[in-house]
Ligand binder design. Structure first.
Ligand code: FAD
Length: 321
């Protein structure tokens, strides 16, 4: 049966997030002949029409409502809820990003819909959509399906293919009713600038307490730079003030799924694994051969990271020029 799918797209630092294209690709496969549309909140959203049209959306909904010019969960929730009603979407997909985690449950609760969050795969079985999501900090996976109503899911970034499917996308302006906002954003002060976005990085070089100091992160930064990747960290390294908490990966940090995750001086505590164990290839560098990280690693190097990491950087530099 054909279904109308609405994808909630997102930008970060002036660029559409990859997960939006991944969601549009999934939308194509589940619409079954229904319409795929996208919505993009924030000022200047219309500028992304061409890029959105490369991924097959029939419409792009934008709004110049002042309350949506900067992100607030309250305003986005009200706007998205009214759009879902207006376009009669059967399936709503968005990234399991910081915004997705905040807005999706609010919209679902407001509209009395079910929500399946942090999905790592979406399949069809006998006409029903089956969503797979990790549970128990990634130790197991559960498969879930909706038994009634609209289907709303958030997708873990970097887990789905993005496939270009050019379409004629109509730009549609809508005016949601947004009222009784309890807060407004006065100013945004960015903590970190530039670099590769950790949650969408294809390669992550991550450091733990074994890095020993803030300066100890420098060889990791150099390796990440050569590989075009991002630097991450364990909570051990953040707690020891070797790096900023914005780099923390794990249960209480970011969840990442890069193609390559290089763990340097990280023991592999369950809370850390919760954030990185679904990486496609894991390389662990640790001087303790018994470190639990080796149990999830595809490649293990037993050795001192201060010797191994510079050697890798040197070899990759040679290989990549
Ligand atoms: P350690 O466990 O101290 O490991 C350091 C490793 O470095 C050791 O294996 C050692 O052999 C190795 N090493 C030392 N020197 C070198 C060297 N020169 N070369 C190579 N290897 C070396 N942790 C997270 O990471 N993310 C989370 O989100 C998170 N959330 C948590 C939530 C809760 C509720 C709790 C209770 C804990 C959480 N933790 C989290 C903490 C977690 O339990 C671990 O304490 C933490 O991951 C340990 O960090 P680490 O591996 O860097 O440090």
């Amino acid at each position: 049966m054909s279904k109308n799918v609405l994808v909630v797209a997102e930008t970060k630092n002036g660029k559409l997030r990859n997960v939006s294209f991944e969601a549009l690709t999934i939308a194509q496969s589940v619409a079954d002949g229904g319409e795929v549309a996208a919505v993009l909140f924030g000022s200047g959203a219309a500028a992304y029409l061409e890029e959105i049209s490369r991924y097959g959306a029939a419409r792009l909904y934008v709004s110049d409502h002042e309350a949506l010019s900067t992100y607030t969960a309250e305003a986005y929730t009200q706007a998205l809820a009214s759009l879902i009603q207006e376009v009669q979407a059967d399936i709503i997909l968005m990234g399991n990003t910081a915004i997705g985690k905040e807005v999706a449950p609010r919209v679902a609760a407001r509209m009395g819909m079910g929500l399946i969050s942090d999905c790592t795969s979406v399949e069809t079985n006998e006409g029903n959509l089956v969503f797979t999501r990790p549970i128990y900090a990634g130790k197991a996976f559960e498969k879930k399906t909706f038994c009634k109503g609209k289907e709303f899911a958030t997708l873990r970034p970097n887990n789905f293919e993005k496939v270009i499917k050019p379409a004629q996308t109509e730009l549609v302006s809508f005016q949601p009713e947004i009222q009784d906002l309890r807060k407004i954003v006065k100013e945004i002060v960015k903590k970190t600038a530039g670099g590769v976005d950790l949650s969408e990085a294809k390669i992550i070089v991550s450091g733990g307490r074994g890095v020993k100091s803030a300066e100890g992160f420098q060889p990791l930064r150099e390796l990440a730079e050569v590989l075009g990747g991002a630097v991450g960290a364990s909570r051990g390294a953040c707690d020891a003030e070797y790096c900023d908490y914005s780099l923390q990966i794990g249960q209480t940090g970011k969840v990442v799924t890069p193609d390559l995750y290089i763990a340097c001086g990280i023991s592999g505590a369950i809370q850390h694994l919760a954030g990185m164990s679904s990486s496609k290839i894991i390389v662990a560098i640790n001087k303790d051969p018994e470190a639990p990280i080796f149990q999830v690693a595809d490649y293990g190097i037993v050795g001192d990271l201060f010797e191994v990491v510079p050697m890798l950087t040197k070899e990759f530099k040679k290989a990549l020029v």
